[in-house]
Design a protein around this ligand. Structure first.
Ligand SMILES: NC(=O)c1ccc[n+]([C@@H]2O[C@H](COP(=O)([O-])OP(=O)(O)OC[C@H]3O[C@@H](n4cnc5c(N)ncnc54)[C@H](O)[C@@H]3O)[C@@H](O)[C@H]2O)c1
Length: 264
């Protein structure tokens, strides 16, 4: 695979992942990769997952779906918590890592999906582009106390010619591109007011069961790595496991609305 083609394929991959992640409730990727003929196994995009908790499950489902189309291959999984990374390895066949830098050193990984807690995103994205990987990163790109890292990501991504795509709720939805096209082509007249939003109906936001109340730091749980650059504090199981559940696939229905008010 030439570098140019590789970058184009990775860009398509990231667009698909972003669109599909944004549409997670229905799980229907809205883009298709241009048909480039049958690829050899070594031409598949190798995907690594960093942080294999709740959000990552959607990433895995999407990548497994793309794998079935022969487009990419989940090759590596990383988490500081053993039960989760083991479950992700079972679901993907990916090699287990407990440190994201070790995953990044794996030459089979072309793209990483980052779904760790917020404060890890920026540094892990920087580490990834420095290691020559493209990045699909969950929102927010940085924790509020790390704004300087956002600038660094841009610099590093340009320097290493890598793609960094941030998945921020529905912002990657292709509805936005379609609206832009309609505006550009003059099909929609002068815009005087834009209203965009989405809302939830269902049991979102209920408390989430802590999967293992007896979890504690040790060989299965690396509390230091979990904390990262956060203030050092004693282990707390309810801090380690998030306590809010977003139910997408039960009764919850994600409704999406986009309205334009135009003249002429
Ligand atoms: N785009 C969306 O719609 C959306 C939806 C949900 C969550 N998110 C974002 O995804 C991220 C993850 O959320 P979640 O609900 O999956 O949380 P989670 O706690 O279920 O998963 C995070 C995982 O990261 C692991 N982890 C923590 N530190 C790590 C490290 N240093 N290296 C490797 N793994 C580490 C944890 O052990 C855990 O398994 C959050 O930033 C959240 O804002 C985005």
């Amino acid at each position: 695979m030439t570098e140019k083609r590789s970058v184009a394929n990775r860009r398509d991959f990231l667009r698909i992942t972003a669109a599909a992640a944004a549409s997670a409730s229905v799980f229907q990727p809205q883009f298709t990769i241009a048909d480039e003929g049958v690829k050899g196994a070594n031409e598949r995009i190798g995907v690594g997952f960093i942080g294999t908790g709740g959000r990552c499950q959607t990433h895995i489902d999407i990548v497994n779906n793309l794998k079935a189309q022969g487009r990419c291959e989940p090759v590596a999984v990383c988490d500081v918590y053993a039960p989760r990374v083991q479950a992700a390895a079972q679901k993907t066949g990916g090699k287990i890592y407990r440190d994201h830098k070790e995953l990044l050193a794996d030459p089979r990984v072309d793209v990483v999906c980052i779904a760790t807690p917020d404060r890890h995103h920026a540094q892990q994205a920087i580490d990834a582009v420095r290691a020559g990987k493209d990045v699909y990163c969950e929102k927010p790109l940085t924790h509020w106390s790390q704004m300087e890292l956002a600038r660094q990501i841009e610099e590093e991504a340009q320097k290493h010619e890598r793609i960094v795509q941030v998945g921020t709720q529905y912002v990657a939805d292709d509805a936005y591109a379609q609206v832009r096209k309609l505006l550009k082509e003059g099909i929609i007249g002068k815009v005087v007011h834009v209203q965009a939003g989405y809302f939830r109906r269902g049991d979102w936001g209920e408390r989430m069961e802590i999967p293992d109340r007896n979890a504690k730091p040790g060989p299965d749980l690396d509390w230091e790595k979990f904390l990262g650059d956060a203030p050092k504090r004693e282990f707390d199981v309810s801090r380690f496991f998030p306590c809010v559940l977003f139910v997408l696939h039960r009764n919850g229905v994600l409704c999406y609305r986009f309205a334009l008010v135009v003249t002429g």
